[in-house]
Design a protein around this ligand. Sequence first.
Ligand code: SF4
Length: 512
Amino acid sequence: MSHLSTHEDGALLRNVATDVSTPAFFRFRKLPESDRVVVTNLEGNWAVLGSADFRAFVSGTLDPSSATYATLRERNFLKAHHDVDAARARIERRRQHLDRGPILHMMIVTLRCNETCVYCHASRADMDAVHTDMTPEIADASVDLAFQTTSPSLTIEFQGGEPLANFPIVQRICERAKKKSQETGKTVELTMVSNLSLMDEEKLAYLLEHKVQICTSIDGPHDLHDKQRKLPLAPTNEGSAYKVAEHWIRRINEAYVTAGLDPNLYHVEALLTTTRASLERWKEVVDTFASLGVRSMFLRPIDPFGFAEKTARVVEYPRSDYLAYYRQATDYILEKNKSGTQMLERYAAIFLTKILAGEDPNFLDIRSPEGAGIGALAYNYDGSVFSSDEGRMLHEKGDDTFLVAPDVRTARYRDVVGHPTVRASVLASNLDGQPDCVDCPYNPYCGTQTAHNHKTLGTIFGRMRESSVCNVHKGIQDYLFEKLATADAETLDTLHRWTTLRAREHFLQRPE
Ligand code: SF4
């Protein structure tokens, strides 16, 4: 050691420097059009380094007195200071949801729908197709199976078609869920995705009384929404799907205020489906959502499940165009926050919660393994049960790959969640077993979807280099890390705020 302190041996000194600066396990990626490099480790700590710092880091020659060294040491990137317990604790925290069991139970109460959307064929039937209404017997069996989940809390989501078209079954499920909650001691949340065009005051009063959260779909500005979502003219609607949705969004928000609920937390959220026509209109899309009081925008690209090939040619687009749209729209949302409009982008919020807060918000499509079967189940109107809603949509087109029970009335919970399809999906969506994902720095925050892989690539494992989901996830995380490295303090503050999830306690129905 005397050699070291007298600085007599440069070679040895270099070796000593290498020892204290040797990297522990890490993954990296150069950010596009930048000289910055993202590094992450197994447990999801991260840093964005300039190219000189990155070279020093990988070669084990980082100056121990530098700020970068201090950051990397604190974030567990250096072998000499590696804290295995801290790494394990962070991984455990981010994976807590894996212990729970299916939390999201989607109930397709009918395929009937009074709107015709350009991107939706597989999930809808005309209003006279009453044979696609869920029967009372199937509704009861679906609720009973859902409450067998090992999760202490669950969400029942009413879907369709248009769920309001089979309102008596919605009511039956609400009432049975409340009863089962008392019997099992489980907390339940009820949510509904509706186009709102069949809403009336009586139905609204029921939904409010039974604490059903209401979510709708808005495609963007008035003309775009009406062009993509056709509502037949009726005495109550002027033939405009947008006007009807706008009316009920405002009416429901008013009702929440009347009930004494904080409007910042309780308001109608709206889902967006991004079609080719939306891409150039990103600013109007964001402004429309803001004007409707929607606080959370989910800039999702279109998925390939609902429509036929010939529709794809009209509504689809290259994912590079989508990513340009995403960046512009999210920049604009961030700008709006600066001028006092509180809004968030949900993709960003999901990834940032993992990146910044080290927690997983348990969004079932972006987790590893995915939520199909072990986090969610879809109960079809005809009694068949699927490991995901996408799997259910494939069934409507004759593909039963994701069928996990043919008849909910005879299904056994253990057989459903332990079904070979669920097991295969867990293996296939584990990013630690995926070529490319194993080397990708976004591995700790990301997820792949077996139904999407199956539909688009012909294999539940997928091939990430050809996967449009991977492309989108990578592009969004590139954007977020670039922001984290370069944004001003106010923007960083907003990005941190997006990771704070406030539970909507009013909607959590606990057993009395
Ligand atoms: S899906 Fe793509 S972006 Fe996500 S971890 Fe895998 S390779 Fe990375």
